[in-house]
Design a protein around this ligand. Structure first.
Ligand code: SAH
Length: 242
């Protein structure tokens, strides 16, 4: 995965200075694509421009989205940056191995690195949109880095593990994209609800476990089509036999 195909996604950022400093952190490591999800401040604020220094172009080109789902459209995977270990969630990797895995990725679509709010991080629903959680290993007694500094470390690692090198040859059967998987999860939830399966369980928890299971399996596009064919079949009694 090349640096050009890497998105840095900042969710709900409160301090314009952090957006500017994140832009500068990215620019120094050769990253250019800054995505802002519902920023809680004005990214064009003078504090942002001042902290961006020579990287103000990234601020001008930053794209703003109403929610994380739209910022991740067209991505093949998203890594959620989280300092806190979250139980019952997708696997949490340390930054170095996660960056190495990203460097080895080929195929279609971008890779996104998703950063949370200064005070509260990412919500559960936002974490659910990520394929894996990534932790910057820090002093266990105080692990919460400043937002822009965590962007700097991620950008540095991506540069060091050689994502700047030309992307490798595309895989013959790349895993399904984020969009394909999201449509599948929506379909699965709808069908599980219609057949009364979700009602008997804790619906959010059940869906979260199903999401983890299918993400771990890394299905290909054709395999997701197969699963969705099965779901369509389940909802259509005319196709049932016996
Ligand atoms: N108090 C918040 C942390 C906010 S720091 C919380 O408990 O979640 C702002 C963002 O920086 C976080 O959402 C995360 O994306 C990133 N971040 C800060 N320290 C980190 C660490 N040690 N590992 C991974 N991400 C970190």
């Amino acid at each position: 995965m090349s640096l050009e195909r890497t998105r840095i996604v900042l969710v709900g950022t409160t301090h314009p200075g952090n957006i500017g400093a994140a832009a500068r952190a990215m620019r120094t490591m050769g990253l250019a694509r800054l995505h802002l999800v519902a920023p809680a401040c004005d990214p064009g604020d003078a504090k942002a421009v001042a902290r961006a220094a020579g990287a103000s172009e990234l601020l001008e080109q930053a794209r703003v989205y109403p929610d994380l789902a739209s910022a991740l459209a067209g991505c093949r995977a998203a890594f959620g940056l989280s300092a806190r270990p979250r139980s019952g969630r997708q696997p949490q990797h340390d930054l170095r191995p996660a960056a190495e895995a990203a460097a080895g990725e080929g195929g279609e679509g971008d890779l996104a690195w998703v950063f949370g709010r200064e005070r509260t991080g990412l919500t559960n629903a936002e974490l659910d949109r990520c394929h894996a959680l990534v932790r910057i290993p820090a002093d266990p007694a105080y692990q919460s880095l400043n937002l822009a500094q965590s962007v700097q470390l991620v950008a540095w690692e991506l540069r060091m593990v050689g994502t700047g090198a030309a992307a490798g040859p595309a895989e013959a059967d790349p895993p399904a994209s984020v969009d394909t998987l999201e449509r599948f999860f929506e379909h699965l939830e709808e069908v599980a609800g219609r057949v009364g399966f979700l009602d008997r369980h804790n619906p959010a928890l059940t869906m979260r476990r199903l999401r983890h299971l299918f993400r771990r399996a890394q299905p290909r596009e054709d395999e997701v089509r197969l699963l969705r064919g099965l779901l369509n079949h389940v909802l259509d009694p005319r196709r049932w036999r016996g």
